[in-house]
Design a protein around this ligand. Structure first.
Ligand code: BDR
Ligand code: CA
Length: 309
């Protein structure tokens, strides 16, 4: 059982990742840190609270993270992909009775759980703030998973960059510099972690959990958004769910360990790079990049977890 603290910006695929974490028997979700990204921080917080309420898991704390990137610039949101309120066609109810904790609460969670794993499926600002505030404590965390980057493949928000790393490249570099071990799921793999409408509808037909209706509703909305971006495409890439799958199955997934950096130059902002001239591991490298996986294994796992009671 992996104890995880999830940093996220729900958003459709973040929401699917939260649902996956709640349903997986291999994950104990210790908290959700919400931040700006796909939607505003406030909306991300409301969406996380809504999902916890649906699951009857209001005991899991929601912690408010970053409002904007370290640069202080105004962030851009993505209603055309994630819906007006981040859950596709669904409008989560306002005023849910969920206790939202201050940022420092994450340090309490970390202190109480020495073997904790951090997974960040959003902009990396909140996580970099945690390193800035409590460096020694954060360095004790053995494994940090980041969804982000695109290594020598096209980006999604720009030709060069993936959205999470583009959103706050300085923050990503802070985490890469100071964290013990970082595992990265870039677009190289997550673009291929596709769920079709047929699969989402199949999950609806076999599931009996509280998310049964929500799963096809948000996944199909996401697939429609992707169809506009990739005409003829088969469905939606569920980047953030893949990151949890990687955390649980990293021995089965082809990865390389290198030193990664993210460009902060305006002309190449968010571009992730590493030295791929050799397959030999760089001495002291601490950044492991997922590069290939068995799609059918991923899909079977997704169906199994998302349809479980
Ligand atoms: C990442 O950006 C967001 O839109 C998704 O939630 C995912 O975390 C993919 O580039
Ligand atoms: Ca995300």
């Amino acid at each position: 059982m992996k104890k995880i603290l999830l940093f996220a910006d729900p958003g459709i695929d973040d929401s699917l990742a939260i649902i996956y974490a709640l349903l997986s028997p291999e994950i104990e979700l210790l908290g959700i840190v919400t931040s700006y990204g796909n939607v505003t921080k406030q909306q991300a917080t409301e969406n996380a609270a809504y999902l916890l309420k649906l699951a009857g898991r209001e005991d899991i704390p929601v912690v408010e993270g970053a409002t904007f990137p370290l640069s202080g610039e105004v962030s851009v949101y993505y209603p055309e992909i994630h819906g007006e309120e981040g859950l596709g066609p669904i409008r989560p109810p306002k005023g849910l009775n969920v206790v939202v904790r201050d940022f420092s609460y994450i340090f309490d969670i970390i202190k109480q759980n020495k073997d904790i794993t951090i997974v960040d499926t959003g902009r990396t600002t909140s996580l970099s703030n945690a390193f800035n505030l409590k460096l020694e404590l954060m360095k004790e965390i053995n494994e940090i998973y980041l969804m982000g980057g695109a290594f020598f493949v096209p980006g999604n928000v720009t030709p060069l960059a993936e959205a999470n790393f583009y959103g706050d490249p300085i923050a990503v570099n802070v985490v890469l510099d100071y964290a013990n071990e970082v595992y990265i799921t870039p677009l190289n793999v997550t673009n291929r972690a596709i769920v079709t409408r047929e699969i989402a509808n199949y999950i609806y037909s076999i599931a009996s959990n509280p998310f049964k209706e929500l799963i096809p509703s948000i996944t199909n909305y996401y697939a429609d958004a992707y169809a506009k971006l990739r005409p003829g495409g088969r469905g939606a890439s569920i980047h953030d769910v893949f990151t949890l799958y990687y955390m649980l199955n990293k021995d089965k997934i082809y990865s390389v360990t290198k030193d990664v950096e993210v460009s902060v130059l305006e002309t190449a902002r968010g571009l992730s790079y590493a030295d791929f001239r050799t397959n030999q591991m760089q001495p002291g490298a601490r950044h492991t990049i997922a590069l290939n996986f068995q799609y059918q294994d991923f899909l079977a796992d997704f169906i199994k977890v998302m349809s479980s009671p």
